[in-house]
Design a protein around this ligand. Structure first.
Ligand code: NAD
Length: 499
């Protein structure tokens, strides 16, 4: 059995502690590898290597750090097919979507190729008589990232690329479900010229996460995963004196106004609800048609479109989506479908019981459509994270606006309309962090920032973009005076003012 080990400078032997997790192939249901589940001793070794390497990396001038970013991007692009296949075999998303996962991460790498400019401080000459004030953005030192299974390339790069570019050492604790791509990324960083110990990977579960949160040498932790764990990570990390950003779960709504182009909406919705088997935090699992007439017209178009979706193994170029990540997750999704039925929603298309010929043990689910879902239902309130689309009918714009605004999650939302005023009003008033106007998955580009509201995001900075630069650096503010030797007569007992 292939063993997936930590990537720690100075070696990893003897750190496995006997605990391991099976890495499955979701296409077949067979185990394909084992990953070590590490603990404090493995982390300690990674921290020691990071401590040794980080000062020299931080002292490397930003142009040279940027050159490593350029080279890493080039190497990843040259390895795109290999990385995408590796990702697809452990996650189950189709190859084209796996390439998208890597590409969205590389866009953040591309953004931080501009780190000499991004990390520049501010300067005021003559803030007072003979006094200049300037600021510099210095790295935190050692940072850690804890990432979910659903974007094993993109999310480690959201965090890691920014953390590294500004001069930190970065320790990644990826999901134990699909750990191979993170290890390959570590190799590519080394090949690109990043010094040993600056990017490391430690594998594990709660035990390793707790070791990270409690370690006094780790100054910043970035987390992406489900909300209860995000909240836990935020609180425990903050209690240990770290800065923490923790992105959580989601339940994104797509509002369909009566004037929307329904053919376009149906096409967008199918991709956004069922793409990657619905395992995206920016998926659109709830559609809200405004008015009964819109609901009926939308439903009539959605049914045949959903029935035509092609589910297949992740390497099938014709498949639109592949299996879900684990057998347990498949069972959880099936339970949510049953709950939705028991709560009184209407099962229009049932994706349970779907079997792919020759892959009967794979974790496949057909697409499910549920209608007449209401805000009182647990299946609406909670994240299902599978290929399940729920229709919640709203009588008017205000009712539609209230649904995502009052939901416990506030990650993404979209409005489909031809009416600019309605779209503008919606974007301005909705209580959600990322809004799409006729854009179903409004993930901001790398030079903006990504982050949800409410239980979708704990902490006060977003991922990547300028917020990422702020999160992974500390501002130092310097007030400097170079007296000419003559006494200036200032009263040193009064708080200095520039007035
Ligand atoms: P998860 O919360 O189960 O795991 C995330 C990370 O936390 C993993 O590294 C895991 O090993 C670790 N972990 C698991 N249990 C833990 C525990 N009890 N204590 C400490 N650490 C623990 O999430 P997942 O199933 O891997 O990913 C799916 C979830 O992530 C969904 O809820 C999805 O919406 C969310 N997500 C959010 C965003 C976002 O940006 N808001 C992006 C992607 C995914």
């Amino acid at each position: 059995m292939r063993l997936i080990d930590h990537v720690i400078a100075g070696g990893t032997a003897g750190l496995a502690n006997g605990r391991r997790a099976a890495v499955m192939d979701p296409n077949t249901g067979a185990q394909q590898a084992e990953v070590v589940l590490g603990a404090a001793d493995a982390l300690e070794r990674a921290v020691a290597a990071a401590r040794a390497a980080q000062p020299a990396w931080a002292a490397t001038n930003p142009q040279r750090r940027a050159r490593v970013m350029f080279e890493f991007k080039r190497l990843c692009e040259a390895s795109m097919d290999e990385l995408a296949l590796m990702l697809s075999r452990e996650h189950g998303k189709v190859i084209a979507d796996s390439k998208g996962d890597i590409q969205r991460g590389l866009e953040v790498v591309e953004f931080v190729c501009g780190v000499p400019h991004l990390q520049k401080g501010e300067y005021t000459q003559g803030a007072g008589p003979g006094i200049d004030v300037f600021s510099m953005r210095q790295p935190i030192g050692i940072g850690a990232g804890i990432t979910p299974f659903n974007f094993p390339a993109m999310i480690p790069l959201w965090m890691g690329a920014v953390a590294l570019a500004v001069g930190n050492a970065f320790i990644l604790k990826p999901s134990e479900r699909d750990p191979s791509v993170p290890n390959r990324i570590a190799e590519l960083w080394r090949e690109a010229g990043l010094p040993e110990g600056v990017f490391q990977v430690v594998h594990g579960d709660k035990e390793m996460v707790d070791a990270i949160l409690d370690h006094p040498a780790i100054g910043a932790v970035s987390f992406v995963g489900s909300s209860d764990i995000a909240n836990y990570v935020y609180q425990r990390g903050a209690a240990a004196g770290k800065r923490v950003q923790a992105m959580g779960g989601a339940k994104n709504h797509g509002i369909v106004m009566p004037d929307a182009d329904l053919d376009q909406v149906v096409n967008d919705l199918c991709g956004a609800a069922f793409g990657s088997a619905g395992e995206r935090c920016m998926a659109l699992p709830v559609v809200v048609p405004v008015g009964e007439d819109t609901a009926e017209r939308l439903r009539a178009k959605l049914i045949p479109a959903i029935e035509q979706l092609k589910v297949g193994v992740s390497t099938d170029p014709d498949a639109q989506y592949g299996p879900v990540v684990t057998a347990q997750h498949k069972a959880t999704i099936e339970r949510w479908i049953q709950t939705a039925i028991d709560e009184g929603s209407e099962l229009v298309i049932d994706g349970r019981g779907f079997a792919l010929q020759g892959h009967e043990q794979g974790y496949f689910l057909g697409p499910t459509l549920l209608d007449r879902v209401t805000p009182a239902m647990a299946s609406y309130h909670n994240e299902i994270f599978g290929p399940v689309l729920q229709i919640v009918r709203a009588k008017d714009f205000e009712e539609a606006l209230a649904l995502p605004s009052q939901h416990q999650y506030g990650n993404g939302v979209a409005i489909f309309t031809r009416n600019g005023h309605a779209a503008r009003e919606f974007a301005s008033r909705v209580q959600v962090g990322m809004v799409g106007v006729n854009v179903p998955i409004p993930v901001p580009v790398a030079y903006h920032s990504f982050g949800g509201w409410k239980r979708s995001g704990f902490g006060d900075t977003d991922q990547y973009g300028l917020d990422g630069i702020r999160f992974w650096t500390r501002a130092k503010k310097v007030t400097a005076r170079w007296p000419d030797g003559g006494f200036d007569g200032a009263n040193a007992f009064v708080i200095p003012t520039m007035g």
